[in-house]
Structure formats: structure tokens, C-alpha cells
Design a protein around this ligand. Structure first.
Ligand code: NDP
Length: 266
């Protein structure tokens, strides 16, 4: 395995209290970076902080409540990172969740809410952390967690799919605008990854007595996932880690598909 030493560098992961974000925070800490995570639920955040500190007793970790849709929260989070670490080298825009609804059952308010979440969960943290990323001596990066729905929409997730496509377009613009400032901007396009979102759907939708393994295997079959299973948070995290660090120093405006082969286009 390629080793990379991130000692002295700072990684910020929005939505780092669960799932993909938490797995990504683990990878950064393992590589020696200082890490800041945020989330809305203070209990979940505290549990993540305890788990990370137990795993990495010498970790330099900041866990702070912040709703990425609240400009004041995001500004305060960036200030807290500046005060604690004095810099940001890598920003992972990960916070969010999907919306299951067809065109027939998506109201105007639901459309606005979904567009707001998908766009501003990227725009607000990017804007708030940009001054620190600019100061990061030319090795800065932003990586966004996006979905394969951006390229391959699903009618039962119409608003999410459409918003995801727009965000993918936005990321390309960011990459071009920020390249002269030597900030790379990339994304991952994920399919289905086992995480909090899917645990919550399992709790709601599984048949009585149906195990998590049986439920996910059945879904993987129904969704024709060529690799035959859901992805794991650490598999998405590894792609994020690659794009965030200088392992991908000549890559910007690009994406990695982490969908288990679901993408049908060449
Ligand atoms: P989880 O639910 O496990 O994690 C989501 C994280 O985001 C939590 O830490 C959550 O904490 C945080 N979060 C959600 N909304 C906000 C907000 N407004 N402000 C701050 N933090 C927030 O899900 P995943 O790990 O699966 O999700 C990670 C990303 O991947 C999300 O953007 C999701 O939409 C995307 N994705 C996931 C897929 C999957 O199959 N898992 C598929 C496609 C995309 P809290 O709730 O406490 O705020």
C-alpha cells in the first residue's frame, strides 16, 4: 500500500460524524493529519469524537456542531478551525442525504429544499474555507461527495438526481476558477454505500425479521449492481483520500466512479 504522511496538514470533513465522512476522517487521522469534522446532531458528533479519539489517542481532532446550510454555523466552523489549527489543506464536502420522490410527488417546496441542500452544502463550506485553502502553499484540494445519479438519473429520486447533475457542473467551474490559485477540485460519484442513510431505510422498509445482510443483498440484486453488493464507507473514503491528497496532484475537475459497476456509459 502507498503510504503518505500528512503530518502538519489539516483536513476538514463536513458530515464527518457518520458513514463515509467518518471513514474519511479515520483515513486522514491515520495518515497523521489534523482533522475537523462537523454534523448537526450533537450526540452523533460526540460519539464520533469519542470513537476517533479511542482509535487515535494522539489525534489532533476538532468536532463541532454545524449545519452546512446555515451560513453563520459554517462561518463559525471555519473560524474554529482557523483558531485551533491555523490552516486548512483539504476540504471534503460530504454532508447531506438523498430524497426519494418521483416528479408526481415532489412539491415546489421539496424541490427548493433539495436544490438548497445539494448546492449550498458545497457552496457554503467552499466559500468559508477558501481563504485558508488559498494560503495552503499550493497543495490544497476540495473533494465533493456526489452521486452517480448526476450522470444516471433515477425517476424515483428525481430532485436528487437533477440537483446532483447541477452540482457536478458546478464542481467543474470551481476547478477551472481555482486552478490558478493551485486548489484542485474533484468529486466521487457513488452508487449505494452502506451507511446511516441506508440503516435508516432498512429500519423503515425491511420485512419483519429480515436481516441487514439479506435486505442489502436483495437490493443489490434488484438494482443490478455488477459487483453484487453495497459499497462500504471506507471504499468511498479511499477514493476521497486519493483525490484530497497529492497522490492525485495532476488531477482536477475530475471524478472517480465508486458505484460497483452500476454506471452504464463508457
Ligand atoms: P450518513 O447519514 O451516514 O452521513 C451523513 C453525514 O452528514 C452525517 O454526519 C450527518 O450528520 C451529516 N449531515 C447531514 N446533513 C447535514 C447538514 N445539513 N449539515 C451538517 N452535517 C450534515 O450518510 P452517508 O455517509 O451515506 O452520506 C455521505 C454523503 O454521501 C451524503 O452527502 C449523501 O447524500 C451522499 N450519498 C450517499 C449515498 C449512499 O448510498 N450512502 C449515495 C449517494 C450519495 P447529522 O445528521 O448529525 O447532521
Amino acid at each position: 500500500m502507498i503510504q503518505i504522511d500528512l503530518t502538519g496538514q489539516v483536513a476538514v470533513v463536513t458530515g464527518g460524524s457518520s458513514g463515509i465522512g467518518l471513514a474519511t476522517a479515520e483515513l486522514f487521522l491515520r495518515a497523521g493529519a489534523s482533522v475537523a469534522i462537523c454534523g448537526r446532531d450533537t450526540e452523533r458528533l460526540a460519539q464520533a469524537e469519542i470513537a476517533l479519539n479511542a482509535q487515535f489517542p494522539n489525534a489532533s481532532l476538532l468536532a463541532r456542531r454545524c449545519d452546512v446550510l446555515d451560513a453563520d454555523d459554517v462561518g463559525a466552523f471555519a473560524q474554529a478551525v482557523q483558531a485551533r489549527f491555523g490552516r486548512t489543506d483539504m476540504l471534503v464536502n460530504n454532508a447531506g442525504q438523498g430524497r426519494v420522490s418521483t416528479f408526481a410527488d415532489t412539491t415546489d417546496d421539496a424541490w427548493r429544499e433539495e436544490l438548497d441542500l445539494k448546492y449550498f452544502s458545497v457552496i457554503r463550506p467552499t466559500r468559508a474555507f477558501l481563504p485558508m485553502l488559498r494560503d495552503a502553499a499550493g497543495n490544497a484540494s476540495i473533494v465533493c461527495v456526489n452521486s452517480l445519479l448526476a450522470q444516471q438519473p433515477e425517476p424515483h429520486m428525481v430532485a436528487t438526481s437533477s440537483a446532483r447533475a447541477g452540482v457536478q457542473n458546478l464542481i467543474k467551474s470551481f476547478a477551472v476558477e481555482l486552478a490558478p490559485q493551485r486548489i484542485r477540485v474533484n468529486s466521487i460519484l457513488i452508487g449505494i454505500v452502506e451507511s446511516g442513510q441506508w440503516r435508516r431505510r432498512y429500519a423503515k422498509e425491511a420485512q419483519p425479521g429480515q436481516s441487514w445482510e439479506d435486505w442489502t443483498a436483495e437490493l443489490a440484486r434488484k438494482k443490478n449492481i455488477p459487483l453484487g453488493r453495497f459499497g462500504r464507507p471506507e471504499e468511498a473514503a479511499q477514493a476521497l483520500f486519493y483525490l484530497a491528497t497529492t497522490l492525485s496532484s495532476y488531477t482536477t475537475g475530475s471524478h472517480i466512479d465508486v458505484s460497483g459497476g452500476v454506471a452504464r456509459h463508457v
